[in-house]
Write a protein that binds this ligand. Structure first.
Ligand SMILES: Nc1ncnc2c1ncn2[C@@H]1O[C@H](COP(=O)(O)OP(=O)(O)O)[C@@H](O)[C@H]1O
Ligand SMILES: [Mg+2]
Length: 210
């Protein structure tokens, strides 16, 4: 079973957008996908409620304070989390998953807010021992711009890979409001956006060395 945590210290940086897109991509690839939405805002849960029945099925489970494990039969579990996840709860979740995706916008404020989070992540044994792989996604950022270079420079000090950058487009806003994703859209103009996910998807399905 693949277990993926999407986390970041700040709200509104794209955690739920990433969570539902990954869920849809794995569901399109015939996986039995569950989303566990730990955020009180329940964005992923609402997205699931809006989801047309004609789309590949995505299930939902409710992680509790004590028990975060996904249900039996699940092949891909995606944890969508609230802003500011830290301390015991973060450790508990890191003990459960094998990958962590952290969306970061290339703004100074976002990077500053991410600093403590990366330092906390780096201290957790599961991350130190490489049992959990951490990857960064630049959100609302065009590759090859100054801001994406700043993001790469910033991440170097933590030795964290910038897996991909997703550009800013209203398609993501509409996706979150409609229960479908860019992967499920036939909109040819979204082809570039779909392509931008490839390095992240490859990183997720590659077996880790350890
Ligand atoms: N790459 C993007 N381009 C444009 N809008 C985006 C992008 N990523 C996220 N959004 C929008 O930003 C808002 C916050 O995103 P969301 O995924 O809910 O963040 P979080 O879960 O971290 O709070 C949503 O309206 C979403 O549609
Ligand atoms: Mg969210």
């Amino acid at each position: 079973m693949r277990k993926i945590l999407v986390a970041n210290p700040k709200g509104g940086c794209g955690k739920s957008t990433i969570a539902v897109h990954l869920a849809s991509w794995f569901a399109m690839n015939d996986e039995v996908v569950f989303i566990g939405d730990l955020d009180r805002q329940q964005s992923s849960r609402h997205w699931l409620d809006l989801r047309p029945p004609s789309q590949p099925k995505i299930h939902h489970w409710e992680p509790t304070d004590e028990l975060v494990a996904p249900p039996k039969g699940c092949s891909v579990a995606i944890f969508d989390t609230p802003a500011g996840l830290h301390g015991k709860r973060l450790k508990q979740l890191l003990g459960e998953v094998d990958r962590v995706i952290v969306p970061v916008s290339p703004s100074r404020f976002d990077m500053m807010a991410s600093r403590d989070f990366f330092e906390e992540l780096a201290q957790v044994k599961a991350v130190r021992k490489d049992r959990v792989g951490v990857g960064i996604v630049g959100m609302r950022v065009d590759a090859r711009t100054n801001s994406s270079r700043e993001l790469v420079d910033f991440l170097e000090q933590f030795e964290l890979p910038l897996l991909t950058c997703l550009r800013s487009t209203q398609r993501y806003v509409r996706a979150l409001e409609s229960g479908v994703t860019l992967f499920e859209s036939s909109d040819a103009a979204a082809a570039i956006d779909r392509l931008q996910w490839q390095p992240l998807l490859e990183w997720l399905v590659t077996r880790r060395a350890s």
